[in-house]
Design a protein around this ligand. Structure first.
Ligand code: UD1
Length: 420
């Protein structure tokens, strides 16, 4: 874990317009998809974040030739020669599980470390395994996961829940498999559609039925591609929440506003004025904020679990009492004790938390508990008069290219310091 910290002097309303980095949750499955088919894949607007660096390292271990120049990554997977993900990165990052579907598709076999729990909870992979079994894979689970599918074939995949990762694994395995696959109860997150779009540009045949299922005609030749990543809706949401928290006025350009409908609905309920264009979104939070009587996280198009902690940091100073229930991950309230150090009044019981708005937060020394919890602490610190220090910023760097650069561009007083 990185020992760096962030120093934030709060109390400054954010103002300005910003563009958003490429999407983390879309690029991770897209990178895994680069090992399928033939030809070089060039990914533009690839976010320079730790999760991407770790994924590229896993791909180098598999035999990929990778060249990075700024935000452009070029991947030649013609040399992939092993079905075993090596290196500590595969054990460290959760999304390495996506190489299960990709390696089965490419090599007919995959060996991965068993995924442990992570900071936000247990995160089992039963849905991934069930989905791939329905496509003909056999599994042996000992110290490692070994999957074998000499006869991977299209079929009917029923997901017990719309898991994002399990849907992606089912797509990655079924695109190279012969025959037609239907994925029922598929996740509807925009990142799934971006993975499908990427694969279609390479020659795959994938469509979403009116019911939301995914239909894949497998076995088509996949070729080279140059693809530009779309902006990250969670990073966009984080910066909009930071703007609202500081009673500022911020616009995000080149961003499809409808992807954040769940957030803009919340803004409306809180009394934040929002202008939603086709490719621009602007918030103005100069009026006092109202509390939210009840909000629960849900799969897309519901309120994203990844924005739950950042929203909680904003509600700490809203007028009245808010209730937030986390329905996706069991361990996403680890930000609460840190927010309490700043004077927030939050009481959690089970999966729900009640936030009583206070007039002001006080600066404090804080530790990021996980990626989005770290972003939430940044938002809290931006509201407190005086200087807060946030440690464990390595978590934040897993998903934000440079949160310091972006928030400074909006007028925040925030800087990296290495005195962790
Ligand atoms: C992805 C996102 C993460 C986001 C989450 C939910 C990436 C890299 N990460 O994570 O940022 O918070 O979607 O939108 O895209 N589950 C099972 N069994 C399984 C799989 C999942 O029980 O086999 C449970 C999980 O424990 C969790 C819920 O289903 O409670 C949702 O998980 P899932 O949609 O799979 O999330 P991830 O793909 O891990």
């Amino acid at each position: 874990m990185d020992l760096g910290s962030l120093e934030i002097t709060g109390g400054v309303p954010l103002h300005g317009e910003i563009r958003i980095q490429g999407s983390k949750n879309a690029v991770l499955p897209i990178l895994a998809a680069c090992i399928l088919g033939e030809g070089v894949c060039v990914i533009e607007n690839c976010p320079q974040i730790k999760d991407v660096a770790d994924t590229l390292e896993i791909m180098r271990h598999l035999g990929c030739q990778i060249q990075c120049a700024g935000n452009t990554v070029q991947i030649d997977a013609s040399g992939v020669s092993t079905f075993e993900t090596g290196g500590e990165e595969a054990a460290r990052i959760r999304s390495s599980v996506l190489f299960l579907g990709a390696l089965l598709g490419r090599m007919g076999k995959a060996v991965l470390p068993l995924p442990g729990g992570c900071a936000i909870g247990e995160r089992p992979i039963d849905q991934h395994i069930a989905a791939l079994r329905q496509l003909g894979a056999r599994f042996y689970l000992e110290e490692k996961i070994t999957a074998d599918a000499a006869d991977l074939r299209g079929g009917q995949v029923y997901l017990g829940m719309p898991s994002v990762g399990a849907t992606e694994n089912a797509i990655l395995a079924s695109v190279p498999a012969q025959g037609e696959t239907t994925i029922f109860h598929a996740a509807r997150e925009p990142e799934i559609d971006e993975l499908c779009e990427f694969l279609r540009r390479r020659g795959a045949q994938i469509s979403r039925t009116p019911e939301g299922d995914l239909r894949i005609l497998g076995g088509r030749r996949l070729g080279a591609v140059r693809y530009r990543m779309k902006p990250d809706r969670i990073v966009a949401g984080t910066y909009l929440l930071a703007a609202v928290a500081t009673r500022g006025q911020v616009a995000i350009s080149d961003f499809p506003c409808q992807e954040l409908n769940a957030l803009t609905t919340v803004f409306h309920d809180m009394g934040v004025s929002t202008i939603c264009g086709e490719d621009r979104i602007e918030v103005n939070a100069e009026r006092p904020l109202r509390a939210l009587p009840y909000l629960e996280t849900a799969p897309y198009p519901g309120f994203p679990t990844d924005l739950q902690s950042p929203l909680m940091a904003v509600l700490c100073r809203a007028r009245g009492e808010s209730q937030i229930c986390e329905t996706i991950f069991e361990n996403r309230f680890r930000t609460i004790p840190e927010l309490q150090k700043m004077g927030a009044r939050i009481c959690a019981e089970g999966r729900c938390a009640v936030v009583k708005g206070v007039p002001a937060l006080v600066p404090a020394g804080l530790a990021a508990p996980d990626l989005r919890g770290g972003a939430a602490l940044v938002i809290a610190a931006l509201q407190a008069d005086g200087t807060s220090v946030i440690r464990n910023t390595g978590y934040i760097e897993r998903g934000y290219e440079d949160i310091c650069r972006d928030l400074r561009a909006l007028g925040a007083e925030i800087r990296w310091s290495d005195n962790g």
